[in-house]
Design a binder for this molecule. Structure first.
Ligand code: ADP
Ligand code: MG
Length: 210
């Protein structure tokens, strides 16, 4: 499933490359799709070099390093750090369930905040990743089905992107636009939502096959 999830994310990013460039064009420098596509390529190349028995931890840690080294822009550095930190909180027994996913998205948020010093409401990828983390946190121990929990987390991610349209950017290149950035969604928030949707589709397919 891990390899399916990685393939699905790569495909989704490549499909939305032009759209992500367009989103970044409005209040940035128009390269977010390009940077993300470079990340997708780095991930593809790294997957080929990994032993087929590599552990989940080894895979994620290698991908984090590859993304950090090969991808330009602030997002590359932040997504790379997130992958490296996620590698530290998973193991072979980690199944996609609320407690694991709260930990995974928690590690991603912590890594990104440690490096980028942004908070919720600064109009960044965190405006999507924090609501996803919180949505899984709340779902721990609930009696709702995993499918319902994923739908809620997806809605939270979409809500995060919509929220970025209503606020001025405080971090990254878009901050230079100040209040003029209101009305436009954040590129990193959009790519985080795209990645998360691709992952949800794989998890849902996996549920149906069980
Ligand atoms: P660059 O801004 O260097 O051109 P990208 O266009 O690839 O890099 O990425 C821009 C995205 O990175 C933004 O839309 C935002 O979501 C994210 N970002 C920028 N700075 C920060 C930060 N300090 N913390 C979290 N995310 C950030
Ligand atoms: Mg950019």
């Amino acid at each position: 499933m891990v390899r399916d999830a990685i393939d699905a994310v790569i495909k989704a990013i490549l499909k939305e490359k032009d759209f992500l460039n367009e989103v970044d064009e409005k209040i940035g420098d128009g390269d977010h799709g390009l940077n993300m596509a470079r990340g997708a390529q780095a991930i593809k190349d790294t997957m080929k070099t990994l032993d087929e028995n590599a552990s989940l931890q080894e895979i994620l840690s290698a991908l984090g390093e590859a993304v950090t080294i090969n991808v330009g822009g602030s997002a590359g550095h932040l997504y790379g750090a997130a992958l490296s930190e996620i590698a530290k909180v998973v193991d072979e027994k980690s199944a996609p369930e609320p407690v694991t996913l709260a930990k995974v998205f928690g590690a991603a948020v912590d890594a990104i905040q440690k490096r980028g010093k942004a908070e919720l409401g600064d109009k960044t990828m965190l405006d999507v990743l924090i609501p996803i983390r919180d949505s899984f946190q709340v779902a721990i121990g609930s009696d709702r089905s995993f499918e319902e929990i994923l739908t809620e987390a997806r809605d939270a991610a979409r809500g995060g992107v919509e929220f970025t349209k209503t606020i001025p950017a405080k971090k990254g290149r878009a901050a230079a636009f100040g209040n003029k950035s209101i009305g436009f969604e954040d590129a990193g928030a959009t790519s985080s939502m795209i990645i998360f949707r691709a992952l949800c589709n794989v998890w849902k397919d996996n549920l149906r096959q069980r």
